[in-house]
Design a protein around this ligand. Structure first.
Ligand SMILES: *Cc1c(COP(=O)(O)O)cnc(C)c1O
Length: 352
């Protein structure tokens, strides 16, 4: 499977004595990383090395012109202790979609999956055993050619890091519908998982937090009416018995959790509609009592239940309970832990 990946192991693992109940979120990294460089028009020898610093020239183009993209995924253990990945081929495809949009070279999709399997197999002891926790994986690619000038770089690095994580939101979230700043417009990079998208979102997110909300709800760039998505989540509403989620119109990130939620809900017999939905429709549904629930979907959170949405100095109350959202979250977490039947064939087991 991975004969072409060279492996240099650490002498001593840092995983001994790791307390999975007390992991500093986003700051704990496993012993190794996967690394592959692009030079002379091709991806060079892929390798796994001890996690460590990478020398970077100050003129590295990603630092100046922002050619940087990433993915986010999770590895979990089944009841036999076998590591599993959630639909990794989908992340491989999306990475390359993002790469094309930013004028970057594609990364071979089979090697992407093999690299993940090899790295996760090696870092098995770092996968938290509790349901809802996981080994978060962060594949990313950036331009590291040292050059001042605006053009596609000729040198890149593709790296995968791994970081054990616990659930992020265990409480219901409060969103702030932003009417001054935008995240994405048609023809922009909103459909790509590009680092720059998040740079533009940081200030509005800080403002929303200062007002007592957890995340920004993004509206369309022209009229500030159509709902797009949340920070790093796609959004679903249940109105009058139907599940509604904004259609992928070119400015929304095509979440793999989003696609899985749609498939699962249809499989369970729900009517799911992908169509434009405006903030006014949500206000109206809240006022006339047909707004039943809303939730966000994304790898990091799984499913986050939405309590209310701040819009123009008022709070739209959504709901205090989210039975459909909870069912989806329990299904996803259960499948990831190997305790719920994987009816839709999402999981990819890593045999050692
Ligand atoms: C990553 C991300 C999502 C969720 O995508 P998943 O594949 O489900 O993790 C949604 N929106 C944005 C903006 C994202 O960056």
């Amino acid at each position: 499977m991975s004969t072409q990946i060279q492996i240099e192991k650490v002498k001593e693992s840092k995983s001994e004595g790791l307390d999975f109940n007390d992991i500093p979120l986003g700051r704990t990294f496993t012993d190794h990383m996967f690394l592959c460089a692009y030079e002379n028009g091709t991806w060079q020898a892929p390798k796994i090395t001890p996690m460590g610093l990478i020398p970077t020239h100050p003129a590295a183009m990603a630092l100046h012109y922002g050619q940087a993209i990433f993915e986010g995924m999770k590895a979990t253990l089944d009841t036999n202790g076998t590591p599993m990945l959630f639909r990794p081929e989908q992340n491989a495809k999306r990475l390359n979609f993002s790469a094309r949009r930013l004028g970057m070279p594609e990364f071979p999709e089979q090697l992407f999956v093999d690299a993940l399997k090899t790295l996760v197999g090696l870092e098995k002891n770092w996968i938290p055993p509790q349901q809802g926790s996981a080994l978060y994986l962060r594949p990313f690619m950036y331009a590291d050619e040292a050059f001042i000038g605006m053009r596609a770089a000729t040198q890149y690095k593709f790296i995968i890091m791994a970081s054990p994580s616990n659930p992020i939101y265990t409480k219901r979230v409060r969103l702030y519908a932003e009417t001054k700043y935008i995240r994405a417009a048609h023809g922009g990079t909103g459909e790509a998982k590009a680092a720059g998208n998040y740079a533009a979102a940081i200030l509005p997110t800080e403002h929303a937090k200062a007002k007592g909300y957890d995340q920004v709800l993004w509206l369309d760039a022209h009229r500030f009416k159509s709902i797009q998505e949340v920070g790093t989540m796609n959004i679903f509403f249940k109105i009058g018995g139907k599940i509604i989620t904004p259609n992928l119109d070119g400015s929304i990130l095509a979440g793999i959790t989003r696609m899985s939620v749609i498939d699962l809900l249809r499989h369970k017999g729900y009517e799911v509609v992908e169509r434009p939905i405006s903030i006014d429709e949500v206000v109206q549904a809240s006022n006339n009592g047909t707004l039943e629930e809303a939730f966000g979907s994304g790898t990091a959170v799984g499913i986050a239940m939405i309590q209310d949405i701040g819009y123009k100095d008022e709070d739209i109350h959504v709901s205090d309970e989210s039975p459909v959202g909870q069912m989806v979250l329990d299904f996803i977490n259960g499948v990831r832990a190997g305790v719920v039947l994987d009816e839709l064939n999402w999981m990819c087991k890593i045999q050692s």
